[in-house]
Design a protein around this ligand. Sequence first.
Ligand code: MBD
Ligand code: FE
Length: 283
Amino acid sequence: MTAIHETATAAGSGSHATERFKSDKLAGVAGTPKERVSLLAREVLEAVHGTIRRHKVTYAEYNALKSWLISVGETGEWPLFLDVWVEHVVEDVATEHREGNKGTIEGPYYVPDAPEQGARGSVPMRADEPGTPLTWTGQVTSTGGTVLAGAKVELWHADADGFYSQFAPGIPEWNLRAAFTADADGKFEIRTVRPAPYQIPTDGACGNLISAAGWHPWRPAHLHVKVSAPGHELLTAQLYFPGDDHNDDDIASAVKPELMLSPRRAADGETIEYGFVLDPERS
Ligand code: MBD
Ligand code: FE
């Protein structure tokens, strides 16, 4: 780990993720019908009551939970907690009808409106950006086989120390974040560097739960993408690298075999080929 990251804290990345959520998605949460709220809230509470009765939860344990829940808010880690331990099931349910590409969770670190690089180019990176160079080629098509010219591929990922720009200090704003636009054949070519595995911050509420439970804090190395084209469902996915220690026990349960890359060694770093198949919007 380089000195630049020594001040990366759970509260720092947590508060950025919380602010991000508020500015991008908060407007969309209003308007759930009260029958639906009542049904879902009741079932979740009943599941909690069942756990308390089954395991004879004590007042000491109840107060430990209360204190922990308070700290999740104080360290801004609700986005991290929910995206690590809940989002994968929401994603499964939301995409089970799809015939095209498998997706997976978005996680807490997406930022819209990253710099546009055209069909072929590099993500913004530092002059001395550490990590193996990656050249990634692919094509975007529709489930029917139509080439999707002009499809947008948004990419964001951690650096070779496992940190995300805008959520850890000392990294240029758009480092390792970019948008690409597929050419007339639906093709793109992206240059970036291989990310490192991601470790959940150990000094916040989520890290506390992990150590109190004796779990591990790791996600395997991954590239995040959002792929979109007019008339098609937005695909949110992550791509993974074979051989990662945590492909089989991702703390966020977000790895799927269809999202595994096959990197090949090249003169300068590695090449990967991975394209996307989008589902037409349902009418
Ligand atoms: C990440 O980088 C991530 O992708 C998820 C899902 C949760 C925490 C950190
Ligand atoms: Fe991530």
